[in-house]
Structures are given as structure tokens and as C-alpha cells.
Design a protein around this ligand. Structure first.
Ligand code: HEM
Length: 191
């Protein structure tokens, strides 16, 4: 980086100077026997300008200057997406469930039941999706299993949403069903 910065400065950016730096900085030049470089250090009768232009006719080996980048390297073909907004939505949904679940149980009605059903399905979908992505990795289990795992997550979530809305539409509703389950007493408790 320091060398490329040096080469970009106006004073040192002359073509001849650059070619000399590239030539002497290259690996192949470093590997050359020392004896072949000695004559260059000995003063000669040839004017310096002539000597420099003669050297400039050689094609410089430019692998001594490495390219660098400050932006992150993309390692996959997937489009980069910002997950921070979805994270806020995920946490907001989880936070919203805290007051809404007891409220839905206290005041049973279809609207609360429907909102709770959607929030629970969205929340558990994101949770299960995170588990599938984190634990069923293509680098560990191959390329097929992660797709099956993610497919199962979609299937479970859709089935769950369908089931909950069936209870809301064709049965006693979510809150009442949960209350009925809580009301079930064992035979020992009944007697
Ligand atoms: C008021 C109720 C609930 C709250 C406040 C809540 C909150 C949370 C939070 C904060 C997480 C993230 C944990 C993490 O990132 O490490 C989470 C994960 C999860 N939640 Fe809930 N949740 C609630 C109810 C439910 C319900 C009813 C279900 C399913 C029917 C559910 C299923 C899941 C699943 C599958 C995960 C992923 C587990 C994991 O990453 O290890 N949650 N929950």
C-alpha cells in the first residue's frame, strides 16, 4: 500500500522512475545473482539520462505492486441484504406477544385470536428458520438437506397458520380452546 501511494505522488510518478522501482522491486529481480547488479553501481561514462532511457525499454514486471481493496470481498452469489431491519421486526413481534397473549386470554374474541395466530406463526417461523440455517449447513450436511430443512420450516409454519385459523373460524377460538385445555382435570382431581 505504501509503495502504491508513493508511486501516485506527482513528484515520484515519472514513467522512468516508476519503471525502475517496479523493476528493482520485482521478485525476479531479487532472485537475480548479485554479480549482475554490481555493474549498475559502478560509475560509468554513459550519461545518466541515456542509461535511464535504455533501462526504460524493458517491460517491467508489475507483480511487485499488489492491488488492495478497502471494501469487503463478496464470497457468494447471493445478493447482499440488510438483516438489521428484519431483526427489529422480529424482536418487535416477540415483544408485542408479551401483552397480547394474556390480553387475548382475558378478552376472548376473533380479532385478538387472529392477530395472535399471525404473530405466533411469524415468530416461530423466524425462530425455526434461524435454527435450520444455523444447524443444517451446506458445508456440513451437503447441499440437499438444508433445502429440505427450510422446506419443512415453511410447511410447518403454513400448517400451523392454517390450523390456528381453522380453530378460530370453525371451533371455539384460540383463547377458549386454551382455557378448555387448562380446564381438563385428571380423574384423581375430579374425585
Ligand atoms: C410472549 C411470548 C414469547 C416471547 C416473548 C418470545 C420471545 C422469543 C425470543 C426473544 C426469541 C429469540 C431467542 C434468541 O434469539 O436467542 C425466541 C425464539 C424462539 N421462539 Fe419465542 N417467544 C414467545 C413465544 C413463542 C411461541 C408461542 C412459540 C411457538 C409456538 C415460539 C417459538 C420460538 C422459536 C421456535 C424460537 C427459536 C429458538 C432458538 O433460536 O433457539 N415462541 N422467542
Amino acid at each position: 500500500m505504501a509503495l502504491s501511494t508513493l508511486l501516485r505522488t506527482p513528484v515520484l510518478a515519472g514513467r522512468v522512475f516508476t519503471q525502475h522501482v517496479l523493476k528493482y522491486g520485482s521478485l525476479s529481480c531479487m532472485q537475480r545473482p548479485l554479480a549482475s547488479m554490481v555493474p549498475r553501481m559502478v560509475p560509468s561514462m554513459v550519461p545518466i539520462s541515456q542509461h535511464a532511457f535504455k533501462e526504460a525499454t524493458h517491460t517491467p514486471i508489475t507483480n511487485s505492486v499488489r492491488s488492495f481493496r478497502t471494501s469487503p470481498v463478496r464470497l457468494s452469489d447471493e445478493k447482499p441484504h440488510d438483516h438489521s431491519k428484519l431483526w427489529v421486526i422480529e424482536k418487535s413481534v416477540a415483544a408485542l406477544m408479551v401483552p397480547l397473549l394474556p390480553l387475548g386470554l382475558l378478552i376472548p374474541n376473533k380479532l385478538f385470536d387472529s392477530v395472535i395466530a399471525i404473530l405466533i406463526c411469524a415468530h416461530s417461523f423466524w425462530g425455526l428458520e434461524a435454527i435450520a440455517i444455523d444447524y443444517v449447513r451446506a458445508s456440513v450436511v451437503g447441499p440437499i438437506l438444508p433445502k429440505i430443512a427450510l422446506g419443512l420450516v415453511y410447511l410447518i409454519s403454513i400448517a400451523m397458520l392454517g390450523g390456528l385459523f381453522y380453530i378460530i373460524g370453525h371451533d371455539d377460538g384460540l383463547a377458549n380452546t386454551i382455557k378448555q385445555i387448562w380446564a381438563i382435570k385428571s380423574d384423581r382431581q375430579k374425585s
